[in-house]
Design a protein around this ligand. Structure first.
Ligand code: NAG
Ligand code: NAG
Ligand code: NAG
Length: 320
């Protein structure tokens, strides 16, 4: 029996503890529970009491010791105080109590105010660099529209600005000091600090505006020039091959014709042909003449060549 009673006592103790709530402050955070106290002199249980909210139809009253409430979450305590189970923004306002004694006379009437605030959200620091390296930091609180919010700015942990304005301006020299910045948002019931950020505005033009395109451009240019180089190489090799064939064909028919024609034609060939791996070394050494590198010159001169057989052969080779 004793054991059961003590269990009951413990249970009641816990229940009492969990029910006991702090007195409502003038500023109260959304979601908390609190009790709006009725002055002690009116605590007599035989009094009739009425609480009425100014900005809603909420009415909580006790008459002949029976409690009535038209608003869920709002109840009256034994001593006549008003209990908020969980305050919300719409509970903000003035509550008027009226106390009537058992003999029917009004013995007290007054107003109690409460303001309910959201818990401030954790802010984030947004950085906006100008082209010349200045920065504007904005303390971003998401979509919170709490008009009571104030913003404090900290540089390296030290307060540098404390106003409603959520922005702070940093000159480029301040930016270059690489110090951590954070902001703190505050309202009457809560305060919360952002993470530290270090501001970096180095070359915002290059990294942010042109960075991506710049490297693509470099890629295209280098790719393009590599392709061009390849084409030039292929061109040179082709030219050299053609030269070589020309030469071989020229040398053979030239011999019976005599030395006069031989001399000018090889003159044109040595340089381009020397690039080709198929260049016969004896031709160069035999002729041993200064180089004339251009194919076009050669073609023009070949066309101008008085020997019609050679020109035809050349044409055949080139266009084949
Ligand atoms: C950054 O600054 C520019 C110029 O003042 C402005 O147009 C832009 O909206 C700003 N961006 C942010 C995120 O504040
Ligand atoms: C931000 O940096 C300051 C100074 O370095 C430091 O005192 C503070 O604890 C830091 N805050 C956070 C949230 O890391
Ligand atoms: C950057 O800051 C310097 C010094 O504070 C100021 O003279 C300049 O006009 C600022 N530039 C911009 C674009 O705000």
């Amino acid at each position: 029996m004793i054991f059961q009673y003590s269990l009951l006592l413990i249970f009641c103790g816990f229940a009492a503890l969990s029910v006991s709530t702090e007195t409502c402050g003038k500023d109260q955070q959304v979601g908390t529970s609190c009790i709006m106290k009725l002055p002690e002199k009116y605590n007599d249980k035989s009094n009739d009491i009425k609480w009425a909210h100014s900005s809603s139809y909420a009415v909580i009253k006790r008459r002949d010791k029976k409690m009535k409430s038209n608003t869920p979450g709002l109840t009256m305590e034994e001593d006549g105080s008003l209990r908020f189970q969980s305050v919300s923004l719409k509970d903000t306002g003035t509550y008027t109590y009226t106390v009537v004694s058992s003999d029917g006379t009004e013995i007290g009437k007054d107003k109690v105010e409460i303001k309910v605030y959201e818990k401030v959200p954790k802010p984030t620091v947004k950085i906006n660099c100008t082209a010349d390296g200045n920065a504007t930091l904005t303390c971003d609180v998401g979509n919170s529209k709490d008009p009571s919010l104030t913003v404090s700015w900290y540089e390296d942990g030290k307060l540098i600005q404390n106003e409603k304005n959520p922005q702070v301006f940093l000159s480029s020299t301040q930016v270059q000091e690489n110090k951590p910045y954070s902001c703190e948002t505050r309202n009457p019931v809560s305060r919360v600090k952002s993470e530290n950020v270090t501001v970096s505005c180095e070359g915002p033009g290059l990294t942010k505006l042109f960075g991506f395109n710049f490297w693509i451009l470099v890629g295209i240019l280098s790719g393009g020039s590599a392709l061009l180089l390849l084409l030039i190489c292929v061109f040179i090799i082709c030219v050299c091959r053609i030269c070589l064939r020309c030469k071989k064909h020229q040398q053979d028919p030239d011999r019976p014709l005599g030395g006069n024609q031989r001399t000018p034609i090889p003159q044109e060939n040595p340089m381009p042909c020397s690039l080709s791996p198929q260049t016969p070394p004896q031709t160069l050494s035999q002729e041993n003449l200064p180089p004339i590198p251009r194919l076009r010159n050669k073609q023009h001169q070949t066309k101008r060549n008085p020997e019609p057989i050679l020109t035809n052969r050349m044409r055949h080779l080139i266009f084949h």
